[in-house]
Write a protein that binds this ligand. Structure first.
Ligand code: SF4
Ligand code: SF4
Length: 157
């Protein structure tokens, strides 16, 4: 009998905690709808994907390749990013550039995002600031792996 009473007390305690969270969260949700600022910024569920949470400036998201003023890739196909990549998901083919100052450019530049661990080593290693991970694109989906293969065209945007 005492055990049963203890059991019901615990159920009531649990229900009270749930009700408290419901009321508090509802309060913050209503305040947000009314555009009233509150202390607890994180209390309201982000209405993803319509709303997106602000992410830190130093985040690492999908890669992009930077362009020169003439629209050509800034990359000089030095292979440093491909060499340092721990997931071996960068594939580059180099071609001769007619400009002797540049010497080489990537005729093929592929990143297999399905294998990437988003370590950022490729960005750190690049001597030309030709590759960045600041697109804020973090949600990937696809029915087959080819959707995650980003080539030169996709990476240059
Ligand atoms: S973030 Fe890391 S794993 Fe991904 S491509 Fe760059 S070096 Fe490779
Ligand atoms: S490290 Fe930079 S310049 Fe070298 S191949 Fe990679 S993106 Fe191109």
């Amino acid at each position: 009998m005492i055990k049963a009473i203890g059991y019901f007390i615990e159920i009531i305690k649990g229900a009270l905690i749930t009700i408290r969270h419901f009321v508090v969260n509802m309060h913050f949700h209503v305040m947000k709808l009314l555009h009233i600022r509150t202390k607890r910024k994180g209390a309201v569920t982000i209405q993803y994907p319509e709303e997106r949470k602000e992410i830190a400036t130093r985040h690492r998201s999908l890669h992009r390749l930077m362009k020169r003023d003439n629209g050509q890739p800034r990359c000089v196909a030095c292979m440093l990013c491909a060499t340092v990549c721990p997931s071996e998901c960068i594939y580059i083919e180099a071609a001769e550039d007619p400009d002797p100052e540049i010497q080489k450019y990537p005729s093929t530049f592929i990143i297999d995002i399905s294998r990437c661990c988003f370590c950022g080593f490729c960005v750190e290693a690049c001597p030309e600031d030709a590759i960045r991970m600041d697109t804020e694109q973090l949600d990937f989906s696809g029915y087959d792996r080819t959707k995650f293969v980003y080539d030169l065209e996709k990476l240059l945007g």
